[in-house]
Design a protein around this ligand. Sequence first.
Ligand SMILES: Cc1cc2nc3c(=O)[nH]c(=O)nc-3n(C[C@H](O)[C@H](O)[C@H](O)COP(=O)(O)OP(=O)(O)OC[C@H]3O[C@@H](n4cnc5c(N)ncnc54)[C@H](O)[C@@H]3O)c2cc1C
Length: 502
Amino acid sequence: MNYDCIVIGAGNAGLVSALTLQKQGKKVLVLESGKVPGGVATSFKRGVFEFEASLHELYGYGNVTNKGEIFQLFERLGISSKVNMKELDESFHVIFKDSKEEYTMPTGIDNFIQKMEEYVPGSQDAMVTFFGLCEDIKDAFLYLGEQKESFDLNDFYQKYPNFVQVAPCSVKTVLEAIQMPRKAIQILSTYWITVGSPITDLSFLHYSMMIDSYIKYKPSIPFLTSHELSLILENEFRSNGGTIKYFHKVNEIFVENNQVTGVQVGDTIYSSSHVIANLSPITVYGNMIKKESIPKEALKLNNKRTLGQKAISVYLGLNKTSSELGLTHYSYYIYNSFDSEKEMKNMDHILNGNLIATVINNGVKIASPEGTTILKLTGMFYGDEMDKNVTSENYFEFKEHIGEKFISYFEEATGIQIKEFIEEIEVATPVTYARYTGHPDGVMFGFQAKGYDNFLSRYAAYEEESFIKGLHFCGGFGSRLSGYSATYLNGEEVALKVSKEC
Ligand SMILES: Cc1cc2nc3c(=O)[nH]c(=O)nc-3n(C[C@H](O)[C@H](O)[C@H](O)COP(=O)(O)OP(=O)(O)OC[C@H]3O[C@@H](n4cnc5c(N)ncnc54)[C@H](O)[C@@H]3O)c2cc1C
């Protein structure tokens, strides 16, 4: 059977791509190696607890009266009325261990500015300028997205001078240029670790769009874990006649005369001249296409980019409520210090002392049975420390050691004792994530965004980086980079491009 498009992988972006193409009247086949949709957007059970596998919080959702980009996307996909999201009232609680400082930031732009002024008197004007810039950037980006081939660069420069000025700059450069006090810069930069680049190297454009969406529309989580979102997307696709095949691992993508012709699963060949891979280009060019069919530029680009951060997550089911335990926040960002460059260097080690902790029940009270709490601790790192030191013989010992350390980090930073209340514990490492996604090194995010190789340049270079006709990439390794919202939006963007071709 011939399909208009084959989507390899039913992660966030793959599902949205498939559904978008279907809404455009295209015949789409999704091939997924696992047995459930969503990739890492899923959940798993241990004892009485159902743990969220990945999502800590999603940006850009909002609600029916304040619709963020993702709400609008879900409307276009026909699923917004089926999705049940919980908005969080707190942006984050950040702890800097070395200076023993803690800050709790609310959601809503006015509240955020006001709170920052309380913590850092004199920061208000710069914060107002910051959010103004965020708006300018978003408008400019939307405008760019709407432009066709006849795009007039001079006209754009005149319309969006702020965008042009800040787009090539780092977070630190712009925040200093608008004279934001140092402490306010440090607090505002709390999310840097989720992108995995220090503020000296992190694109202002990317960071500002992300943080503006978090604060303006409030961070959100689904009531029934991210698996609910994945099932809704999958169900919408299937109930409208779409075909999704599980346990179908694509082992080869066929290319003839630089044009995709189909894919192979086991002995079965599926034909199509359009393939969207919800995978990393490293996997695709490294293992799935015959060497002689791979353009040199594709390999060069693969070699040029650096893989993003890896993660170890410790999932804890506790036999007390969050208030009994004294856990008052939803997300705790725990850093050794304010200095993102120094902490970035520390990330060469697995046990680097920095941690993101999420108390799921402080978002959705019923996330676990009455009288219990789910706490997730995630540490991120770069480098090969794990490859060098962990073997199949000591893997479980390693997980136990990391679990103990992360719990100690959390207890020491917050002063809250959790060890004695643990009923269930699971530890996921890059080995786990590699097994579920097939991503190289089991990275949690795609390629690292650093310096000029960031969201904007990858977005602008999309066509240039399409080396084989009919072969497209979506997802965390795609042009919008990693994260729930980014991968959903990227899934749609890529599908709309493909839809014009087929
Ligand atoms: C621990 C953790 C915490 C995170 N927390 C957050 C957060 O709080 N907020 C946020 O925004 N983002 C977060 N993220 C990032 C976010 O989860 C990812 O960016 C996003 O889910 C990736 O989606 P994707 O579309 O790239 O698909 P993936 O989830 O990477 O899925 C790829 C799919 O392809 C399938 N596949 C692979 N190879 C093949 C093959 N050969 N044939 C067929 N199918 C194949 C896999 O089985 C999988 O289903 C987190 C990630 C992790 C790991």
